[in-house]
Design a protein around this ligand. Structure first.
Ligand code: FES
Ligand code: FES
Length: 157
């Protein structure tokens, strides 16, 4: 089936099997391998991308369901050469080790702070509870997201 959607600001058109997941389409057809695939059944959050403003598990969405949507992957959260404030905060707080969970963490946190730049620690913990990390113990991730809030508040003005 032919499907048209937008990824990171650019229109794309792909031909896919109806059963192909959005995650596999992004990785294998569009070569956007920043979106990781862990559990493939909606548990780990590694495949999280933003679809029309909402954080979505790309392993649970079919590529054909993306018709007409606007998708942002981890490759698209910044159009600059530098890290975004959220990414820089992850680096500063050592919020990643192996990095496998990191794209999903970033996308989930980016969607949250874009909507709720005042999110408190409890809210950040609640939202990120859907993303698994086997390395960090989560504390540095929470600290990184808390510090990144300031940049999202500024962006709102
Ligand atoms: S790979 Fe999609 S939630 Fe784990
Ligand atoms: S940094 Fe390794 S799984 Fe999170």
């Amino acid at each position: 089936m032919a499907v048209k959607f937008e990824v990171n600001g650019a229109p794309v058109e792909v031909t896919v099997e109806p059963r192909l997941s959005l995650a596999d389409c992004l990785r294998h057809q569009l070569r956007l391998t920043g979106t990781h695939v862990g559990c493939e059944h909606g548990v780990c959050g590694a495949c999280t991308v933003i679809v029309d403003g909402d954080a979505v598990r790309a392993c649970l969405m079919l590529a054909v369901q993306a018709e007409g949507t606007k998708i942002v992957t981890v490759e698209g959260i910044s159009d600059a050469a530098d890290l975004t404030p959220l990414q820089a905060s992850f680096r500063k707080h050592h919020a990643l080790q192996c990095g496998f969970c990191t794209p999903g963490m970033l996308m989930t946190a980016h969607a949250l702070l874009s909507d709720e730049p005042e999110a408190d620690e409890a809210r950040i913990r609640e939202v990120l509870s859907g993303n698994l990390c086997r390395c960090t113990g989560y504390i540095p991730i929470i600290e990184a997201v808390l510090e990144a809030r300031a940049a999202y508040r500024k962006a709102e003005r």
